[in-house]
Design a protein around this ligand. Structure first.
Ligand SMILES: Nc1ncnc2c1ncn2[C@@H]1O[C@H](COP(=O)(O)OP(=O)(O)O)[C@@H](O)[C@H]1O
Ligand SMILES: [Mg+2]
Length: 357
């Protein structure tokens, strides 16, 4: 997959802009406040129909406009697809080949996106939500049946939670059984994915640092030494008191262990960032290996968190990986030595205007 042409309308300070990116690496530089993160945000919106940095879409829409539009021609296996997303305060409207679609997942399949921005480095020390999202992005792209099971699981979970809140739990075991059924499948999908991801991840990590004794371990969201169904029965009183289900894959997580200790308690800050980068690259690499799908890798504020040596290593890896890359930095020199790179494009961003240089 690669964006052939990208059109942005009313995303923050980018009022109207079109670019024709390279299928390989695209560099964007410009002063603070020029619109670099906004460009990354626009591409992200096209793939996910939401922003990566604002929960309220209103703040993303240009102050003098009512809605924003991002559209692109995307090529995948020699087929060109037209994608479009329009967002206003209330509505999301997505189009694929000019046909409306209700499902955000259709966009996500058409434009697999991976992003690293300064907050992404919190992946291994923040709460489980970020890691769950990371994991499920991979599972979602690894097996398209996952989405249906996950949807069923969430439906059952919300029905069970509604019963807990209303304290009408006489027949709750019907929901317990359904929860166990779908929850176990969700967990199996995650486990299978993590096993596939691990060798790819270790291989990539080797590019950056030598670290021994690394383990990726799934945390199911319930004590898996115990029977899931019995746990739901035993925790009923507790669940009723708090009005929600305490055990299940909705509370799942994964751990990155180094010599049996959590990475965040064992390695340096710098090493932790390289672990995060390797995890993100590994997901994209696996997507390419397994499905022959080429994704889009977004890297905002390239120089903010990495030293020169690791920036060069990252760029080297990205240039060899089959994916389209969008990278931003304030100075052109932050990208380092580009003499060995082929076919890349360089853009300058200024006051929301993007010009190829
Ligand atoms: N809704 C909006 N409408 C217009 N301009 C906005 C809006 N939201 C933010 N901006 C402006 O957009 C500019 C670009 O921001 P950003 O993309 O984060 O810059 P960069 O990443 O280049 O430092 C900022 O100057 C900001 O003030
Ligand atoms: Mg920025």
């Amino acid at each position: 997959m690669a964006l052939l042409k990208l059109n942005i309308h009313a995303v923050r300070n980018i009022l109207k802009e079109s670019i024709i990116p390279a299928a390989t690496i695209n560099f964007f530089y410009g002063e603070n406040g020029s619109g670099k993160s906004t460009l990354i945000e626009a591409i992200y919106i096209l793939g996910r129909a939401k922003s990566f940095r604002s929960t309220s879409i209103k703040s993303v829409i240009h102050v003098s406009e009512k809605s924003l539009i991002v559209s692109a021609q995307v090529i995948q296996s020699n087929r060109v697809t037209q994608l479009g997303v329009q967002l206003d305060n209330k509505n999301i409207s997505c189009h694929i080949n000019h046909q409306p679609t209700q499902k955000r997942s259709d966009l996500a399949y058409a434009l697999p996106l991976q992003i690293i921005h300064p907050k992404s480095y919190e992946l291994l020390d923040a709460g489980p939500q970020l890691r769950r999202e990371y994991l499920d992005w991979g599972v979602f792209h690894n097996d398209q049946n996952f989405l249906l099971t996950w949807g069923n699981f969430k439906r059952v979970l919300s029905q069970r939670n509604a019963l807990l809140k209303s304290k009408r739990v006489d027949h709750i075991d019907v929901w317990n059984k359904e929860l166990v059924y779908y929850g176990t499948i969700v967990n199996n999908y995650r486990e299978e994915y993590l096993q596939k991801l691990k060798p790819v991840f270790l291989n990539i990590l080797d590019h950056f640092i030598q670290l021994e004794g690394i383990e990726l371990k799934l945390v199911p969201g319930w004590d898996n030494a115990k029977d899931f169904h019995s746990l739901l029965i035993d925790s009923l009183e507790h669940d009723v008191r708090y009005g929600f289900t305490h055990h299940g894959p909705h509370r799942g997580d994964f751990q990155l262990l180094v010599h049996n200790r959590l990475a965040k308690e064992f390695v340096s800050r710098g090493q932790l960032k390289l672990l995060v980068i390797s995890l993100k690259l590994a997901q994209m690499q696996l997507l390419t290996n397994v499905q022959n799908t080429i994704g889009c890798f977004l890297l905002d504020d390239f120089a903010a968190e990495l030293d020169g040596i690791n920036r060069a290593k990252l760029l080297d890896y990205l240039s060899k990986m089959k994916c389209q890359v969008f990278i931003t930095a304030t100075e052109q020199s932050d990208f380092g030595d580009l003499t060995t790179l082929d076919n890349y494009k360089m853009f300058h961003v200024e006051h929301g205007n993007i010009k190829q240089v």
